[in-house]
Design a protein around this ligand. Structure first.
Ligand code: IVH
Length: 681
């Protein structure tokens, strides 16, 4: 009988040890060796055995759950005060700290350690003969609160220490924190449950530790990292490096990338590296703690009232701050996207005053339920535009939901939900913030091909005020241009001539030049093949456009939206009064294999051409001619290629054609073989 009890006890001890090891592998090393199911079944067996025998070892994981709620916390007096750290913000201050240390201990170089400054809450764990007997918050440094029950629910806090170097007494200090992912999940759950959100992981962790009901703490997924000690009896540790090794050996989580530094410069290097890495770390850090490694030296340096002389906290610029939304307004960017922008009560984030913040898009507003008057967290990471992370609480004026605009705030054109997604875009041709980009595109070579109107000139035309809307391009005069610093008489004449020439163009080019979303050269030509005039497109329905073979749905709706905007049509009509003449050689040339009607009799029907190198004439023109004669122009050589037209300095296409045995001709040979191509061919 005795024997059986002993067997059970031994089995329980073994299970406890196994489960604690698994916990460590899972939560600290992030490298579980067994599956969750195996863990659960071992845990259930343990509960069963403990229940049956009445024996529960002090380090049993079963003790991590189930303590009854408290009325209040007991006070916990720290035998050695838990001090704070001096904050420093610049590398000069780090060097000054090192200088002060070396002045006192009078050596050339001091060995330091560097470790992340976890943004959580400090606790002290007291182990007597290897058993966790108390966990206390820092409180005011002298007296904190006894939160033992709560801290025991944290899976990575060892409930016991075992081995041959277990001290009679040891107070271990560390930081309780929450990972960013666990924090996000917590806030998401709270949002769904309509509960107020936590401002940051630190607040959530601190709130969880100070819960009277340990089962609430247990749900919060807290973690700990251990980096210091209070009293130690019966063990000698002589440095921070030794302490960290000892802690690791006894399965305490220790600071991520703990780093001994042979001098202050290595510590500074570490600070730099951590700053670069911190955005991608799974938890928040607010700096790096630099400590004198050697405990004997620490003794000589001693403490000031609030902080030790042997350590300093290098603080990074904060990325986040709390503020209030004064208003939410639509704002339009150069690409025509209309985004909601929050006007904020100005707040300093990492040394920069932030008074505006993007809300990304209109679905985001609904998802986060952001309203005017709300208290929010804003974040500024590096050069990224500040954005709103979350809403903490709705304010007095929060009852008004933000309405999504139906017209562009700048030009009053239609605001269209793009592709049914969250992006809202202005379709206005003349929309001021978009105008510069639109005109550069309008004048570009595959569009109206206005020679001499590149980006620089476009900018100059804007800045001088000569071009305030789209139609002004066609109104420019030589005198206007000569007023600009970059123009001599000749270049002014040339540009005016180029503009005049561009006024006569094809429908395909003109549609492309309008810069309608999703309408590249191919789609523009496709439309021109099916719509004879620009007027035929006014008010066109997306359904009608999508009947065109090879026409995408996105393009169809973008084109339809564009041509259903009255302002856009007015602009085109004005361009016409200023001399715009649109021809349409593409109309009716669409290849239509289904019916075989339009193209089968054409001269180059069923022939595929590829062009490489520089031709004596514009490549675009040759391509246009081939297409108009019913041929196909392809970008790459394949067995299907009828003929490769090779100009000067041909590329790799020539090699490929030779390898495939595809016929290769010069432009001149091509002309002889296929004859001069008139527009009517
Ligand atoms: S050592 C006497 N190391 O920062 C100095 N503190 O501003 C004892 N903290 O109260 C602290 N990470 O809550 C130390 N790696 C780290 C730390 C750390 C975070 C917190 C701790 C302390 C506060 C001081």
């Amino acid at each position: 009988m005795e024997k059986r009890v002993d067997d059970t006890k031994a089995q329980i001890d073994r299970l406890v040890e196994q489960l604690n090891r698994c916990n460590y592998e899972y939560h600290v090393l992030d490298a579980p060796e067994i599956s969750d199911e195996e863990y659960d079944s071992m845990f259930r067996l343990l509960l069963e055995l403990e229940g049956g025998s009445g024996y529960t070892p002090p380090n049993s994981p079963s003790l991590r759950v189930g303590a009854p709620p408290l009325d209040k916390f007991d006070k916990a007096v720290h035998s050695i005060p838990m001090l704070s750290l001096d904050d420093i913000f610049t590398f000069d201050e780090v060097l000054a700290f090192d200088q002060r240390v070396r002045d006192i201990i009078e050596t050339a170089d001091v060995a330091y350690t560097a470790e992340p400054k976890y943004d959580g809450l400090a606790v002290e764990l007291t182990y007597e003969n290897g058993r966790l007997i108390r966990a206390a918050t820092r409180g005011n440094g002298t007296t904190g609160e006894d939160v033992t029950q709560n801290v025991m629910t944290i899976k990575t806090v060892p409930l016991s220490i075992s081995g041959d170097d277990v001290p009679e007494l040891i107070e271990i200090r560390g930081e309780i924190y929450m990972t960013k992912a666990d924090f996000d999940a917590l806030n998401e759950g709270r949002m769904e449950g309509g509960k107020p959100l936590f401002a940051n992981p630190r607040n959530a962790a601190a709130g969880a530790v100070r819960q009277l009901d340990p089962s609430v703490t247990a749900e919060r997924k807290l973690r700990i990292t251990c980096y210091g000690t209070g009293i130690i009896k019966g063990l000698t540790l002589s440095s921070q490096t030794e302490l960290i090794s000892w802690l690791k050996k006894h399965l305490f989580p220790t600071p991520y990338r703990f780093q001994p530094a042979k001098d202050i410069h290595e510590a500074i290097e570490y600070i730099r590296e951590m700053d670069a890495a911190r955005a991608t770390l799974p938890f928040n850090i607010d700096g790096v703690v630099v400590k004198v490694d050697d405990f004997a030296l620490r003794q000589r340096l001693g403490d000031k009232t609030r902080s030790p002389r042997w350590a300093a906290a290098f603080k990074y610029q904060a990325h986040q701050a709390q503020t209030r939304i004064l208003n939410i307004v639509p704002s339009i960017g150069r690409t025509g996207v209309i985004t909601p922008v929050a006007i904020l009560e100005p707040v300093s984030v990492g040394g920069v005053t932030v008074s505006r913040s993007t809300l990304h898009n209109w679905d985001e507003i609904r998802r986060m339920d952001v309203r005017t008057g709300d208290t929010v967290i804003v974040e500024r990471a590096g050069d990224v535009i500040p954005h709103i992370v979350c809403v903490l609480s709705h304010g007095a004026s929060s009852d008004i939901e933000v309405a999504e605009p139906v017209v562009c705030p700048e030009c009053g054109s239609k605001a269209v939900r793009e592709d049914g997604g969250a992006v809202l875009r202005c379709v206005g041709l003349n929309c001021p913030p978009q105008l510069q980009g639109r005109i550069i595109h309008f004048a570009s070579r595959p569009a109206l091909n206005i020679d001499g109107l590149g980006e620089k000139i476009a900018v100059a035309l804007f800045e001088s005020g000569l071009v305030k809307d789209f139609t002004d391009i066609f109104r420019l005069t030589q005198e206007d241009l000569e007023k600009l610093p970059r123009f001599a008489e000749k270049s002014a004449v040339n540009l005016i001539q180029a503009i005049e020439k561009s006024k006569t163009t094809t429908l395909a080019r003109f549609i492309f030049a309008l810069g309608v979303r999703h309408s590249g050269e191919f789609a523009s030509r496709l439309i021109a093949q099916h719509y004879e005039t620009i007027e035929a497109l006014y008010g066109v329905k997306a359904d009608a456009l999508s009947l065109i073979k090879q026409m995408g749905d996105k393009t169809s709706s973008a084109v339809s939206e564009f041509f259903s905007d009255a302002g856009n049509i007015e602009t085109i009509e004005t361009l016409k009064t200023l001399g715009l003449t649109i021809t349409n050689p593409d109309f009716g040339t669409a290849e239509n294999k289904d019916t075989g009607t339009k193209d089968s009799g054409r001269r180059l029907a069923k022939l595929t051409f590829v062009i490489t190198g520089t031709l004596p004439v514009s490549r675009k023109d040759v391509e246009g001619q081939i297409r108009r004669a019913g041929g196909t122009v392809s970008a790459s050589v394949s067995k299907q290629t009828t003929c490769l037209i090779a100009g000067e300095s041909p590329g790799s296409k020539l090699d490929k054609a030779r390898a495939l045995g595809v016929r290769t001709v010069s432009y001149e040979q091509y002309m002889v073989m296929f004859g001069p191509l008139s527009e009517q061919s």
